[in-house]
Design a protein around this ligand. Structure first.
Ligand code: ADP
Ligand code: AIR
Ligand code: ASP
Length: 289
């Protein structure tokens, strides 16, 4: 496995699935995708060869596609098989979960029937705080505690539903059902202190539930969380169906053959340059820093 971090400075942040480094230009960060898989807030942990490369490629691809329909994302460009350059944002401390089908934590919490479709996509907010186990919160909590203001929340819900619509179509075209997923958003300030709400973090099978549309087979991180099968095989299948790895692009140890993937991110990197941003009206006074 190539070591991409040899010449990097000290990490700014060591997360469960990614390490964050300072980027080459001001206002940028490097996201390094590790092979670590965790569940239950780190209670379960394993290193799974090849996972980081796949998530990096899948997330870069999806973020780029979202940019083409005008969803502002933090993605700037792929750097290598494990790293991507992103715009540094002030992360809003919310995990925004969009659900199309009932599974996971909502089933025991509300007693809904496993596998049933919601009348319309359901948006939930969780307070992003590991020490508290990311508890579910309401809009009233968010506004009351100042995690986001009503204008920001409106924009977050608007973008989250657009992402859902777009991704449902994207995955359905490759025989996968998008069951639910988690997003993170951040604040970015423009030249005139105007506020932009930007989609950040990653969109990958680590934070989307994806089921094979025909067989119902789980292709996402539930394979690891619930010991349903080989995690990397599921991620590889998603990447293959998205056209991100050629049929002969997987090595025996589960890692991606990096040479076979060289250049596949060219189109994404070109698209990444053509970005549009939409500022958000906010009730808040201009930023503090
Ligand atoms: P965790 O923090 O839950 O262990 P990760 O291992 O994925 O998660 O670490 C990535 C961290 O980087 C997350 O805390 C995420 O909120 C943060 N992050 C993602 N994108 C950006 C960005 N564009 N700017 C600043 N922080 C970001
Ligand atoms: N998620 C939530 N916290 C972390 C992650 N990755 C994602 C899960 C799932 C959705 O949010 O991957 O797609 C809902 O998770 P749950 O556990 O609340 O049912
Ligand atoms: N993201 C959390 C963890 O890594 C929860 C999960 O994905 O199950 O532990």
């Amino acid at each position: 496995m190539k070591d991409y971090t040899m010449n990097r400075s000290k990490p700014l942040y060591e997360g469960k699935a990614k390490t964050i480094y300072e980027g080459p230009e001001p206002g940028t960060l490097i996201q390094y995708f590790k092979d670590d898989a965790t569940a239950g807030n780190g209670a379960k942990h394993e290193v799974i060869a090849g996972k980081g490369v796949l998530n990096n490629r899948i997330s870069a691809h999806i973020m780029t596609k979202l940019e083409t329909v005008g969803v502002p994302t933090h993605f700037i460009r792929s750097m290598n098989m494990r790293e991507q350059l992103v715009r540094k944002v002030d992360i809003i401390p919310l995990e925004v979960v969009i659900r199309n089908v009932a599974t996971g934590s909502i089933v025991p919490r509300l007693g809904v029937e496993e596998g049933s479709y919601f009348a319309q996509p359901l948006v939930e907010f969780y307070y992003k705080k590991d020490e508290l186990n990311d508890p579910i919160v309401s809009e009233q909590h968010i506004i009351n505690f100042g995690w986001a203001d009503p204008y920001e929340l409106e924009e977050i819900v608007f973008q989250a539903l657009r992402v859902n619509d777009f991704l449902c179509g994207l995955f359905s075209a490759i025989g996968l059902s998008l069951i639910d997923f988690k997003l993170e958003f951040g604040r970015l300030y423009g030249e005139y202190d105007e506020l932009y709400i930007i989609l950040a973090d990653e969109i990958s099978p680590d934070n989307c539930r994806l089921w094979d549309a025909k067989t119902g087979e789980r292709m996402d991180k539930d394979r690891f969380r619930k010991d349903l099968g080989d995690l990397v095989e599921g991620y590889q299948e998603i990447a293959k169906r998205l056209g991100l790895i050629p049929a002969d692009g997987i090595l025996d140890d589960g890692n991606v053959d990096e040479q076979k993937l060289e250049g596949l991110d060219k189109i994404e990197n070109e698209l990444g340059q053509k970005r549009r941003l939409r500022s958000v009206k906010t009730g808040k006074p201009p930023r503090k820093n």
